[in-house]
Design a protein around this ligand. Structure first.
Ligand SMILES: *[C@@H]1O[C@H](CO)[C@@H](O)[C@H](O)[C@H]1NC(C)=O
Ligand SMILES: *[C@@H]1O[C@H](CO)[C@@H](O)[C@H](O)[C@H]1NC(C)=O
Ligand SMILES: *[C@@H]1O[C@H](CO)[C@@H](O)[C@H](O)[C@H]1NC(C)=O
Ligand SMILES: *[C@@H]1O[C@H](CO)[C@@H](O)[C@H](O)[C@H]1NC(C)=O
Ligand SMILES: *[C@@H]1O[C@H](CO)[C@@H](O)[C@H](O)[C@H]1NC(C)=O
Ligand SMILES: *[C@@H]1O[C@H](CO)[C@@H](O)[C@H](O)[C@H]1NC(C)=O
Ligand SMILES: *[C@@H]1O[C@H](CO)[C@@H](O)[C@H](O)[C@H]1NC(C)=O
Ligand SMILES: *[C@@H]1O[C@H](CO)[C@@H](O)[C@H](O)[C@H]1NC(C)=O
Ligand SMILES: *[C@@H]1O[C@H](CO)[C@@H](O)[C@H](O)[C@H]1NC(C)=O
Ligand SMILES: *[C@@H]1O[C@H](CO)[C@@H](O)[C@H](O)[C@H]1NC(C)=O
Length: 620
C-alpha cells in the first residue's frame, strides 16, 4: 500500500524532492505490506509496488515464499509473460496488471512469508516481503460440568468443568469465569490447564479444564468459559453458555418441626415430625423419643429416614414428650441433632355430679356439676337430649322438675385454645313418680254397636303400664316421654252404662281415669260408621265450614258482644249438639289448637279459657 502511494506521488511529479531522494538513493525500491490477513478459504491479495530510478522498466518479477529459510519460487514474470512454476499452487495463483499476487482458496499452509523480487536491469534487483496470515474464527466454546458433582471437602483441587473450542486459527485462548468474574490460576486454589491441538486441516482446537475448590455457596454459582481469538489485528471473544455444578456439602444446621403447629395438637390427631438438614446430599435421619431416666427410644423404624419425616398416627396423651432428630453425614460421619417437645392436648376424666343424687320427684330441683382434666383452659356447655344448648358454665341448675323435663343432659367440655378438642358426658336426670294421666277420651260420643277407640295417655318414670277394665284390643305406643294406649272396642249396653276405666301403674303408684260414653242424639247417617268413615269425615268437614260461616255472618249482623263464660257453659249443658268424637289432650301447648277445633264443632266462639275450665280435672 505504502509503495502504491509513493508511486502515485511520483506520478504527480514531486520533481525536486524525488530527484534529490532518488539521486541520493539511486536504486530500485520495492514496497509491500508487511502483513496481509485472509480468512481460511478466501482469496489473499498481495500487492507489490516498485520504483525504478530513471523511468526504467523492470526486466522480471520473481514471486516466492519462504520455507524454513529456503525460498520456494512461485512464479516468474518477464515482460507480459507469466511463467507459473509451483505445482503446489497450480490453479490458485494469478498476477494482476498491477502486479498483485492473488492466492485463492487459502489454507492454513498458506500462512507464510511471500517475497516479491523485481529485477530492473542496470538498476539491479530489489525485493520486499509480506507475511500472509490466515485466520479462522473458532467454533463457539462448548462447556461441560463435572457430572459427578463436587464436594466442598475435597482435599485435591476438584474439577469443575471442561471447555473446548474447535477449529480456530491462529490458536485461540480460553478463559474461565465464575458469576461473570474471570478466574485466575492461583496456587493450590485454582488450576487451569489447557491443551492445544493442531488438526490435520492446520486449524487449532483448544481445550481447557477448570480445577477449583468450591464452597456451599457455589451451589448457586454459574460458570462459563470464553474463547479469545485474533481477527484483523483485533481481539475478539465468544462466551459459552453458563452452567451450574452439583456441590456436595455437609449439613451445618438441622431443624425439627411438629406439623401441624405443636401448640394445637390434640389426642387423635395425626402428627408429623419433620426434620430438615441443610446438607447436600441430605443426611440419614434417625428419630428418638426420650423415655424415663434420660433413656432414648429409637423410633427410626417408624420414620422415613431418607426424607426425615416421622409420622405419628392417632397421638395420645402419652405421645407427649421430647423428640430428637439426629442426622448422620455419610461423607464425614458427622452427627447433628435437634430436639422438639411434642405436647398432645387432651380432655379426660369428664365427670358429671348430680346433687341431690337421690331419686328425684316432680317439683324437685337438681344441680349438675361437670368436671374434667386438661392441660389447657376449658369451657363447659350443657345440652338437652335434642342437642339444644341449655346452659353454660360447669354447673347447671334445674328447678321444678317434671316427668316432661326428665331427660338426658350432656355436659360438653371444650378447649377453646385447641380447635376440635372436646369431650361430652351424658347424664340422665330421671324424675321418678307415680303415673300422671295427661289425656283421656272422655266424654266420648258414640253410637250403639259402633267400634270406637278409647284413648288414655300418661307419663311416669319408671315407665308405667296401662290396663283397661273392659275387653278389647289394646295398642300401646310411645310418644315423646308419654305412653298412650288405644283400646278398640265395640260399643254395647254395658259399656254405655258403666263406661271404662283406664288404670296406669308403675312401682311408685297407680292413677286411674274413667271414660264416659254418651250416645249421640242427632244422626245423619245410620249406615255402619266404619265403612262410611270417609264419607262421614267429608260431611263433618262441610258442616264445620257451614257452621263457621254461619257464626261469622251471625256476628257480622249482630255486631254485639256475647259474654264468653256464658257461651261455654251453655255448651257443656248441651252435649247432644256435638257432631264429633273428641279426644282431649291436655297439654298446655296444644290447648289453643284443640280449643279451635272444638269451637268449630260447636259452631260457636268459645275461648280457650273455657276449655281448660272444663277439662282441668284431667291434669290432676
Ligand atoms: C518494504 O515495504 C515497506 C512498505 O512500503 C517499506 O516500509 C520497507 O522499507 C520496504 N523494505 C525494504 C527492505 O525495502
Ligand atoms: C519518462 O518517460 C516518459 C514517457 O514514457 C517521458 O515523457 C519522460 O520524459 C521520461 N523521463 C525521463 C527522466 O526520462
Ligand atoms: C528469477 O527467476 C529466473 C527465472 O526462473 C531466474 O533465472 C533468476 O535466477 C531468478 N532470480 C533470482 C534472484 O533468484
Ligand atoms: C493467548 O495467550 C497468549 C499468552 O498469554 C497471548 O500471547 C496471546 O495473545 C493470547 N491470544 C489471544 C487470542 O488472546
Ligand atoms: C442448575 O440450576 C438450575 C436452575 O437454576 C437447576 O434446576 C439445576 O438443577 C441446577 N443444576 C445443577 C447441576 O445444580
Ligand atoms: C312448677 O311448675 C308448675 C307447673 O308447670 C307451676 O305451676 C309452678 O308454679 C312451678 N313452680 C316453680 C317454683 O317454678
Ligand atoms: C338416655 O341415656 C341412656 C343411657 O345413659 C340411654 O339408654 C337412653 O336411650 C337415653 N335417652 C334418650 C332419650 O336419649
Ligand atoms: C288412637 O285412637 C284415636 C281415636 O280414635 C286416634 O285418633 C289415634 O290416631 C289412635 N292412635 C293410633 C296410634 O292409632
Ligand atoms: C283405633 O286405634 C287403632 C290402633 O291404635 C288404629 O289402628 C285405628 O285406626 C283407630 N281407629 C280409629 C277409628 O281411630
Ligand atoms: C272379657 O272376656 C273374658 C273371656 O274372653 C270374659 O271371661 C270376661 O268376663 C270379659 N269381661 C268383660 C268385662 O266383658
Amino acid at each position: 500500500m505504502a509503495g502504491g502511494r509513493r508511486a502515485a506521488g511520483l506520478a504527480l511529479g514531486w520533481g525536486c524532492c524525488l530527484l534529490l531522494c532518488c539521486a541520493a538513493a539511486g536504486k530500485l525500491e520495492v514496497s509491500m505490506p508487511a502483513v496481509v490477513e485472509v480468512e481460511s478459504g478466501g482469496t489473499a491479495r498481495i500487492e507489490c509496488n516498485f520504483y525504478i530510478p530513471g523511468n526504467g522498466s523492470y526486466t522480471y518479477i520473481n514471486w516466492s515464499y519462504i520455507d524454513r529459510n529456503n525460498r520456494v519460487r512461485l512464479c516468474h514474470i518477464a515482460g507480459s509473460e507469466i511463467l507459473e512454476e509451483n505445482v503446489d499452487y497450480k490453479g490458485r495463483l494469478s498476477v494482476g496488471e498491477d502486479n498483485t499476487l492473488s492466492i485463492s482458496r487459502v489454507t492454513m499452509q498458506d500462512a507464510r512469508t511471500f517475497v516479491c523480487q523485481v529485477g530492473a536491469g542496470s538498476h539491479g534487483v530489489g525485493e520486499n516481503r509480506t507475511e500472509l496470515r490466515v485466520y479462522k474464527v473458532p467454533e463457539a466454546p462448548e462447556i461441560v460440568a463435572n457430572p459427578a458433582g463436587i464436594s466442598v471437602q475435597s482435599s485435591d483441587i476438584p474439577q469443575i468443568a471442561h471447555c473446548v473450542s474447535k477449529n480456530g486459527f491462529p490458536p485461540p485462548n480460553i478463559t474461565w469465569h465464575k458469576n461473570g468474574e474471570q478466574l485466575q490460576p492461583e496456587e493450590k486454589m485454582v488450576k487451569i490447564p489447557a491443551t492445544l491441538t493442531r488438526e490435520s486441516s492446520g486449524l487449532y482446537t483448544v481445550s481447557s479444564t477448570l480445577f477449583a475448590h468450591v464452597t456451599r455457596e457455589d451451589r448457586n454459582s454459574l460458570y462459563h468459559c470464553t474463547v479469545h481469538y485474533w481477527l484483523r489485528g483485533q481481539r475478539h471473544a465468544m462466551e459459552s453458555r453458563r452452567i451450574n455444578v452439583t456441590v456436595f456439602y455437609p449439613a451445618e444446621h438441622v431443624k425439627l418441626q411438629v406439623m401441624p403447629s405443636s401448640a394445637l395438637v390434640k389426642e387423635g390427631d395425626d402428627v408429623k415430625l419433620v426434620c430438615e438438614a441443610d446438607g447436600n446430599p441430605a443426611p440419614v435421619f434417625s428419630f428418638y423419643k426420650r423415655g424415663l431416666e434420660d433413656s432414648w427410644q429409637d423410633l427410626s423404624s417408624l420414620a422415613d429416614t431418607n426424607s426425615g419425616v416421622l409420622n405419628l398416627h392417632d397421638v395420645k396423651k402419652s405421645s407427649s414428650g421430647l423428640y430428637r432428630c439426629q442426622t448422620l453425614d455419610l461423607d464425614d460421619m458427622r452427627q447433628l441433632e435437634k430436639d422438639v417437645e411434642l405436647v398432645v392436648n387432651y380432655i379426660e376424666g369428664v365427670h358429671v355430679k348430680m346433687e341431690p343424687s337421690s331419686p328425684l320427684q316432680e317439683g324437685d330441683s337438681v344441680r349438675l356439676s361437670c368436671d374434667a382434666h386438661s392441660p389447657v383452659a376449658l369451657d363447659y356447655q350443657w345440652r338437652d337430649e335434642k342437642g339444644r344448648k341449655v346452659g353454660e358454665g360447669n354447673q347447671l341448675f334445674l328447678s321444678n322438675l317434671t316427668f316432661e323435663t326428665s331427660s338426658n343432659f350432656s355436659c360438653k367440655v371444650i378447649a377453646p385454645s385447641v380447635p376440635g378438642l372436646e369431650q361430652s358426658k351424658q347424664v340422665a336426670v330421671a324424675v321418678h313418680g307415680k303415673p300422671r294421666i295427661v289425656a283421656i277420651s272422655s266424654p266420648l260420643y258414640v253410637q250403639q254397636d259402633e267400634v270406637v277407640n278409647l284413648t288414655c295417655k300418661a307419663i311416669a318414670f319408671p315407665r308405667p303400664s296401662v290396663h283397661w277394665n273392659v275387653n278389647g284390643t289394646a295398642h300401646e305406643y310411645i310418644e315423646n316421654q308419654h305412653i298412650a294406649s288405644n283400646l278398640t272396642v265395640r260399643v254395647n249396653h254395658d259399656l254405655l252404662r258403666a263406661g271404662a276405666m283406664c288404670r296406669v301403674s308403675n312401682a311408685l303408684g297407680i292413677s286411674e281415669k274413667h271414660i264416659q260414653l254418651l250416645v249421640e242424639s242427632i244422626r245423619k247417617d245410620q249406615k255402619t260408621p266404619e265403612s262410611k268413615g270417609v264419607i262421614i269425615v267429608a260431611i263433618i268437614v262441610c258442616i264445620l265450614v257451614v257452621a263457621v260461616l254461619g257464626s261469622v255472618i251471625y256476628f257480622l249482623h249482630k255486631k254485639g258482644k256475647i259474654p264468653c263464660g256464658r257461651a261455654g257453659k251453655q255448651d257443656i249443658t248441651k252435649p247432644e249438639a256435638r257432631k264429633d268424637k273428641i279426644v282431649v289432650e291436655v297439654k298446655s301447648d296444644k290447648l289453643s289448637e284443640e280449643a279451635g277445633l272444638l269451637q268449630g264443632a260447636n259452631g260457636e266462639k268459645r275461648p280457650a279459657a273455657d276449655q281448660s275450665e272444663k277439662y282441668i280435672d284431667l291434669r290432676k
